[in-house]
Write a protein that binds this ligand. Structure first.
Ligand SMILES: Cc1ncc(COP(=O)(O)O)c(C=O)c1O
Length: 404
């Protein structure tokens, strides 16, 4: 049946709430790391749906998993449990520090659960005034009112009336700024083990270990938001594994579903027991379709082949970006870890990351930004090496135009 109206970018402005500003292009299909739009123009996808499509588009294992599950059962709610959710939870428990799993539908919801659990744990175990949450400037944890307030950009939480309270912000990679805030009234520190939206900032070894130690000294929980860094993106199943620091609660989403919405909060039995029956929940959390896809994601990515591949591909990226920079001198730094890469624009191009993204799009390559002055790349973890080369060649053409 053909519609009686045109499905195009203008329709977005007609019928959608104006909180997004999507690009003019509407992609209609994808395969691996290539995507085609309504006009059949092809793009190399170096954006991965903002670090979500960890196995590219339409990976056969994920297509197979969703097809198989779609003919069995789609939804039950948490009045009953289901086999995919139980299998996925067992896989997450077997492969991480965690002993218990709570399923949600997004990163924000996973973080909301983590924050509520931390508060409940602290109040139950230590008393009603242990409620302070420490987070970090430029941190990002989602858009629910609790998570966006914990996030480190007040502009995102301003203008909605009274905010959730007892949330303070320290400076990332500045342990003294954490020391200045922490006390026995601190219930938790929420931190990304590499700041994503905030500009692809890695923690120093001393800082991240110091944060763990401060939590221990003050009986506070350490919550790692691995929504962006998790599911193999940095070259280990979860970033904490490479840092030598184990959190008390970890949240994961984005890549966990490889493009199907799912999130999870992982923790220990001792902490989990404070979310008693009825204290928290979600109709869709642990949905069988989502969990079946996610099981397939974990099976594929949690292998030395894929995780070592991430490190090898990261090197191809870094070398390629350096080579571009030698010619055009547009970046002052290329940073990040694994396949979460930030190219920081030099002083001449401050505030212009969006221009690079738009120019890249017209050359047939999808990229991201992280703030106004960093071009970000978060491609499939199994992107073919030749797609990296081709994607960067197209990106170079975009840079040539910008700098001309
Ligand atoms: C570190 C981090 N936490 C949480 C979120 C929010 O996830 P979602 O958009 O799925 O709610 C994001 C999204 O970018 C993120 O990068």
């Amino acid at each position: 049946m053909s519609e009686q109206f045109s499905v195009n970018r203008e329709l977005f402005d007609d019928v959608m709430v104006p909180n997004y500003a999507p690009s003019a292009v509407i992609p209609v299909r994808g395969q691996g790391s290539r995507v085609w739009d309504q006009q059949d123009k092809e793009y190399v996808d170096l954006a991965g749906g903002i670090a979500v499509n960890c196995l590219g588009h339409c990976h056969p294992a994920l297509v197979g998993a969703i097809q198989e599950q779609s003919e069995k059962i789609w939804h039950l709610s948490n009045v009953m449990t289901n086999e995919p959710a139980l299998r996925l939870a067992k896989k997450l428990v077997d492969n991480t520090f965690a002993e218990k799993v709570y399923f949600a539908n997004s990163g924000a919801e996973s973080n909301e659960a983590a924050l509520k659990l931390a508060r409940r744990w602290a109040i139950d175990v230590h008393g009603s005034d242990k409620t302070q949450i420490i987070a970090f400037n430029q941190g990002f944890h989602g858009r629910t009112f609790f998570t966006v307030t914990v996030g480190g950009q007040a502009a995102y939480s301003d203008g909605f009336g009274p905010k959730p309270g007892d949330i303070v912000h320290a400076e990332y990679n500045n342990l003294d700024s954490v020391k200045a805030l922490i006390s026995d009234k601190t219930c938790a520190i929420m931190i990304e083990p590499l700041q994503g939206e905030g500009g692809i900032v890695s923690p120093t070894d001393e800082f991240i270990k110091g944060v763990r130690q401060l939590c221990d000294e003050h009986n506070a929980l350490l919550i790692f938001d691995e929504v962006q860094t998790g599911a193999g993106r940095l070259g280990s199943l979860y970033a904490y594994m490479d840092l030598g620091v184990t959190p008390d609660i970890l949240t994961t989403a984005k890549g966990l579903g490889g493009g199907f919405p799912i999130g999870a909060m992982l923790t220990t039995t001792d902490i989990a027991k404070h979310l008693k029956i009825g204290t928290h929940g979600s109709t869709y959390g642990g949905n069988p379709l989502a969990c079946a896809v996610s099981e397939a994601v974990i099976d594929v990515i949690n292998t030395p082949k894929v995780l070592n591949g991430v490190k090898a591909k990261a090197k191809i990226f870094a070398d390629g970006l350096q080579a571009i920079n030698t010619k055009y001198n547009v970046f002052k730094e290329i940073r990040g870890k694994g396949l979460l890469i930030g190219a920081v624009l030099n002083d001449e191009y401050q505030g212009k990351a969006k221009d690079f993204l738009v120019a890249a799009m017209s050359e047939g390559v999808m990229t991201l930004v992280a703030g106004a002055s960093i071009v970000r790349f978060a491609p499939s973890l199994i992107i073919p090496d030749e797609d990296i080369t081709e994607g960067l060649a197209r990106f170079e053409k975009a840079i040539a135009k910008i700098t001309a």
